[in-house]
Design a protein around this ligand. Structure first.
Ligand SMILES: NC(=O)c1ccc[n+]([C@@H]2O[C@H](COP(=O)([O-])OP(=O)(O)OC[C@H]3O[C@@H](n4cnc5c(N)ncnc54)[C@H](OP(=O)(O)O)[C@@H]3O)[C@@H](O)[C@H]2O)c1
Length: 263
């Protein structure tokens, strides 16, 4: 299996690194206009092929990943379209906010010919093989669905969803990384005010987050069940939770999730 990745930025490079670390029997080629990021990738993983020629990258590839900025997508598709064979090649867009209708409009060939098309939205944690990736397919066949899902499952977790859920998935998991880190930031600030150093507070909050996840994973429980377990009537946790509720804690998170899918 050969995978071409067009664009060696944050996401393109993270996918390339993830693929060579987790997938067996695949050749990865990455294309980018400037050499710096390509050289870095090549130094780290000599088995990755690199090129500055997009047309050459897609030649013979089974899957072509488009990992350029949304506003570059039309131009890049126009450039590689003559070299693409839709009978053999599957197109995968990782661009946020670019729907299949726009992609089809740019990809369509004479006679209305269109490829198997995926929209794939990973988050930055695929770099540490702990990603959450949403995949939505159009005109795809089951074997490609299974294969693509297995590639991203190996880099964390992957979930196939209808395209209409992609914005919600982006909000919850891609923007969500920043939201989870914002909780960590706020807790660290509070920890510092209560007397811990910055580095102690970071260590404590990270371990507390790991602890919260571990009790959820071990018990298969609902978060509320675990919250109830730590919360005794009239106790300290209850006092803290009430102060957080009065400050609009949960509501502000829900509003943030809604805000990040608004056009
Ligand atoms: N970062 C995330 O968390 C995340 C999550 C999900 C989806 N995405 C999506 O992933 C895509 C890439 O984002 P990113 O954060 O990786 O951006 P990025 O770091 O700016 O990477 C984009 C890359 O595309 C290259 N490029 C520009 N023009 C090109 C061309 N004509 N042919 C080939 N490569 C070209 C750029 O090269 P130069 O810098 O040399 O010009 C750059 O290396 C975006 O569409 C974004 O919406 C990102």
């Amino acid at each position: 299996m050969k995978i071409a990745i067009i664009g060696a930025g944050n996401m393109g490079s993270a996918i390339a690194r993830g693929l060579v670390r987790t997938a067996q029997g695949i050749d990865v080629i990455v294309s980018n206009p400037s050499a710096g990021k390509l050289d870095t990738l090549k130094k780290e993983f000599p088995q990755i092929e690199i090129t500055t020629d997009n047309g050459m990258a897609v030649k013979g590839a089974d899957f072509v990943f488009l990992a350029v900025k949304p506003w570059k997508m039309e131009e890049v598709i126009a450039e590689i379209k003559p070299a693409l064979n839709y009978n053999k090649q599957v197109i995968v867009s990782v661009a946020g906010g670019v729907g299949s209708e726009s992609l089809d409009g740019w990809l369509v060939k004479e006679g209305g010919l269109l490829p198997q098309l995926y929209i794939v939205i990973p988050n930055t944690a695929i770099a540490t093989l702990c990603g959450m990736t949403f995949i939505s397919g159009k005109r795809t066949v089951q074997s490609s669905d299974v294969y693509l899902t297995s590639l991203f499952d190996a880099m964390g977790k992957a979930m196939m969803v209808p395209e209409k859920l992609i914005p919600a998935g982006t909000s919850l998991a891609s923007c969500g990384i920043a939201y989870a880190l914002q909780y960590i930031n706020a807790s660290m600030q509070g920890g510092s005010e209560l007397g811990f150093s910055h580095s102690q507070a970071l260590e404590i909050v990270m371990q507390t987050m790991r602890g919260a996840l571990s009790v959820l994973e071990a018990g298969g429980a609902e978060p509320q069940t675990e919250i109830d377990r730590v919360t005794t009537p009239g106790g300290l946790t209850l006092r803290g939770l009430e102060a957080m509720r009065e400050g609009g804690f949960s509501q502000s998170i829900i509003e943030g999730l809604h805000a990040s899918i608004k056009k």
